[in-house]
Design a protein around this ligand. Structure first.
Ligand SMILES: *Cc1c(COP(=O)(O)O)cnc(C)c1O
Length: 353
């Protein structure tokens, strides 16, 4: 076995996805399974499909191509479409997210060239101030929309919490429904998909407060880690230990907790802060900030404590009666950013169990 490695539990991801898909289905919401944290891994995508997601969504075109090559379909590109990727979008993406008329024109032209129709979802910013047409500027946007024979607007969507930390509420979610009415009035089109947000909207689903009309959510973290991102808490009956990172001890020594000498900046330009816990056992692990930041990790053995890391070394303190030795490994659970970091590091081996 090689370390560091991240072990991914198929059955736990399936359970989480199933719980969320079923709960959403009860109130008429379809789930798009978001695969970006695992770089569009086809095995994980298949598990999400088995659990009943209606499409697979990823923010990177490269991951979409990976899913397509593995014979997966119903692929949604989550990051706003890029001008330099229009040709790939036409070839690989079923639904792409758009907020710019210039991009819509380019998509229309390319779709016409390839003799196809491109489905799009227009992103509406209902207040988080990341992507989308600001909800108070939709009329103006619609008045500028050209006639596009090769574009089909299948939905409107909004993203909340990721940038502005705006917490989804009934009132905010209703703004999307009002925007759908504007599309009907101005363009006379029925918006089929109203995509109300990401995992941060699961709170509204569980409280049974999602306004009728919202019929789609795009879920990543909820499925992968069983977490409601706004409340930073676990979703009932889901697993939070779907991903487990394992790193190897390369040194284990009894040392003081504070340097004997004057200190300056560390390797990352920060002034280190030390907590005096006296002399203690310090394990040095072969993983570092190049793979994952230490604050993203929680040791499964509760007697251990993460002290910090440099690029290639992670430091963990151990009690005097610990049972570890050099060559042993230590396991950690991770938060979503930690999973993202380690899944993206080529130095961390991925094992799907
Ligand atoms: C990442 C992303 C999601 C999924 O977010 P989670 O919080 O992981 O559920 C949904 N929509 C868009 C546009 C995204 O970029």
């Amino acid at each position: 076995m090689r370390y560091p490695c991240i072990k991914i539990s198929k059955s736990k991801i399936f359970d989480n996805a199933k719980i969320i898909v079923d709960k959403c289905k009860e109130i008429g919401i379809d789930v798009w399974g978001v695969t970006k944290v695992c770089c569009g891994d086809p095995t994980i995508a298949n598990i999400m499909n088995d659990a009943g997601v209606v499409a697979l969504a990823d923010s990177r075109i490269r991951n979409i191509v990976r899913l397509n090559k593995a014979n997966l379909n119903n692929l949604v590109l989550l990051r706003i479409a890029m001008m330099s990727e229009i040709d790939l979008i036409i070839q690989y993406v079923d639904i792409c997210l758009v907020s710019e008329i210039k991009i819509l024109r380019a998509l229309n032209k390319a779709a016409n060239f390839y003799k196809t129709q491109q489905k799009v979802m227009i992103m509406i910013d209902v207040g988080d101030l990341r992507e989308g047409v600001y909800y108070k500027r939709v009329t103006q946007f619609l008045s500028q929309l050209p006639k596009m024979n090769n574009i089909e607007i299948v939905g409107i969507g909004t993203n909340l919490t990721c940038f502005g930390g705006v917490v989804p509420t009934v009132e905010i979610s209703q703004r999307l429904i009002q925007v759908a009415q504007l599309f009907k009035e101005v363009l006379n089109i029925d918006i089929k998909i109203l995509s109300g947000g990401n995992s941060s909207s699961l709170g509204l689903v569980w409280q049974n407060k999602m306004p009728a009309g919202i019929n789609n959510l795009r879920i990543g973290e909820g499925i992968m880690l069983g977490r409601d991102t706004v409340h930073q808490g676990a979703i009932e009956n889901t697993h939070n230990d779907t991903f487990i990172l394992q790193a190897e001890i390369i040194e284990l020594k009894y040392k003081p907790s504070i340097p004997d000498d004057k200190t300056g900046f560390d390797a990352f330009g920060n002034i280190p802060v030390f907590k005096d816990i006296g002399w203690h056992y310090r394990a040095l692990l072969a993983i570092g900030k190049q793979d994952v930041f230490p604050e993203r990790l929680v040791p499964i053995d509760k007697s251990l404590k993460v002290l910090g890391a440099s690029s290639d070394h992670l430091l963990v303190s151990m009690p005097n009666n610990h049972v570890y030795t050099v060559g042993d490994t230590i396991e950690f659970t991770l938060d979503y950013v930690g999973v993202l970091n380690t899944m993206t590091s080529p130095y961390v081996k991925k094992i799907i169990i």
